[in-house]
Write a protein that binds this ligand. Structure first.
Ligand code: AMP
Length: 398
């Protein structure tokens, strides 16, 4: 069974074709600058890589080109699109309406579109992608939607409610949703398998540290709390996002700068975090280099980052009443020994201690636990596409 996994942004379309018999990637690629001049596709397959400049006025042309790249020329991997058994789409916001992956119908697409107020940068593009996929692949290929919010749907009200007048929750669905759920789900399952335990037996904190970043407290296989909130701007500081702030900071910045509403949200999404504090870069590698060279603001970024993460980890130990395992994943979590060491330093009280040599290693799963430490610390390469493909198979097999 071959599953095509799709991640649609407003001007991009990432794809991966996965052979579910051995969960291998058959081909993958990205259509960029959709609806903008200079659009192109990059396609990797059969050991080669191609970049083709072509016009993508909409996502329909992009999907059509993806089919062409998969079926024609040196990068061809299938004879016909009918070889694709199902398409799995990543959707950022499912809110309370979608707590599980489901089959796509016109009503489902409309509901995803209607949730755009809660994820303006994403859901509109996802709905457009779903309509385009249906136009290009027809009704014969089932489409499945997998939500970034779904794994967090088990959070209790005490964790997801904000202390604002209740009508904002009732009328406008304002609450914590959490994101990166597909990644938190994948790595927490891999961790349980690695430890030879059932997810129900474990208390795990999963640290998805990428450009966007979030933590989840996974107790018995179910999320009980997570750091991101109504939108992916909440939680701890990220590459260019502020994370949580005293709400009056937002009003005060607005007063000083004259930047208001969505523009201010955009400002705190793109100009804050590592970039805003350091004035150097949103990229963790640049911050680490600058800190090593003695740049004080880069050092401050790392100090703040470690401290904020330590506080979240401590609060999640309290939320779960214990801890068995910490998992680091995503761009920073998988690749930065400095961040892992900085975060874990000082968490010995909770039983978290890492082995400095093991912490330098790379791999799909690396156990960096120090000898005798009570809590296991693992580095696990995330694979959101594979998780989406597995969820897609589960839905179409029902
Ligand atoms: P992601 O959003 O998961 O793709 O992660 C992107 C982030 O990973 C970027 O901010 C990079 O700075 C970070 N990253 C990638 N490789 C490294 C590395 N070797 N050391 C530190 N950070 C890294």
């Amino acid at each position: 069974m071959k599953v095509l996994v799709i991640n649609c942004g407003s001007s991009s379309l990432k794809y991966q074709l996965i052979d579910m018999s051995d969960e291998s990637v058959i081909c993958k690629g990205n259509c960029e600058r959709i609806g903008i001049d200079g659009s192109f596709i990059t396609h990797k397959a059969n050991g080669g890589e191609w970049k083709v400049e072509t016009s993508f006025p909409t996502h329909v042309e992009a999907f059509t080109k993806v089919v062409e790249m998969m079926t024609e020329g040196e990068g061809a991997v299938i004879k016909d699109k009918s070889e694709i058994s199902a398409i799995g789409h990543r959707i950022v916001q499912g809110a309370e309406k979608f707590s599980e992956p489901c089959l796509v119908t016109d009503e489902v697409i409309q509901a995803i579109d209607d949730l755009s107020a809660l994820a303006p940068a994403h859901n509109k593009a996802h709905a457009m992608g779903l309509r385009s996929a249906k136009a290009v692949f027809g009704e014969e290929v089932p489409n499945v939607v997998v939500f970034d919010t779904a794994f967090h749907a088990t959070m209790p009200p005490k964790a997801y409610m904000y202390a604002v007048p209740y009508e904002f929750y009732e009328k406008y669905a304002i609450r914590r949703y959490g994101f990166h759920g597909t990644s938190h789900k994948y790595v927490s399952k891999v961790a349980a398998d690695y430890l030879g335990k059932k997810p129900e037996e474990l208390k795990i904190i999963t640290c998805h540290l990428g450009n966007g970043a979030s933590l989840a407290a996974v107790d018995g296989g179910k999320v009980v709390d997570t750091s991101m909130g109504l939108t992916p701007l909440g939680g701890f500081m990220m590459g260019s996002r502020s994370g949580d702030l005293d709400p009056s900071v937002v009003g005060y910045i607005s007063e000083i700068t004259g930047i208001k509403g969505n523009e201010l949200t955009d400002y705190l999404t793109k100009k804050a975090g590592f970039l805003g504090v350091s004035g150097i870069s949103s990229d963790c590698r640049d911050i680490e280099v600058a800190a090593k060279e003695g740049n004080e603001r880069a050092k401050l970024v790392l100090d703040m980052y470690f401290y904020q993460l330590q506080k979240f980890i401590g609060s999640y130990v309290a939320a779960m009443g214990g801890l068995d395992c910490v998992v680091f994943t995503a761009g920073i979590g998988e690749n930065s020994p400095t961040v892992r060491e900085g975060v874990c330093a000082g968490l010995g009280y909770f039983g978290i201690e890492i082995d400095k040599e093991a912490n330098k290693k790379r791999g799909d799963i690396v156990d960096i636990t120090a000898e005798g430490a009570k809590v296991k610390t693992l580095v696990i390469r995330t694979n959101e596409e594979l998780m989406i493909a597995r969820d897609t198979v589960a839905v179409v097999s029902k």
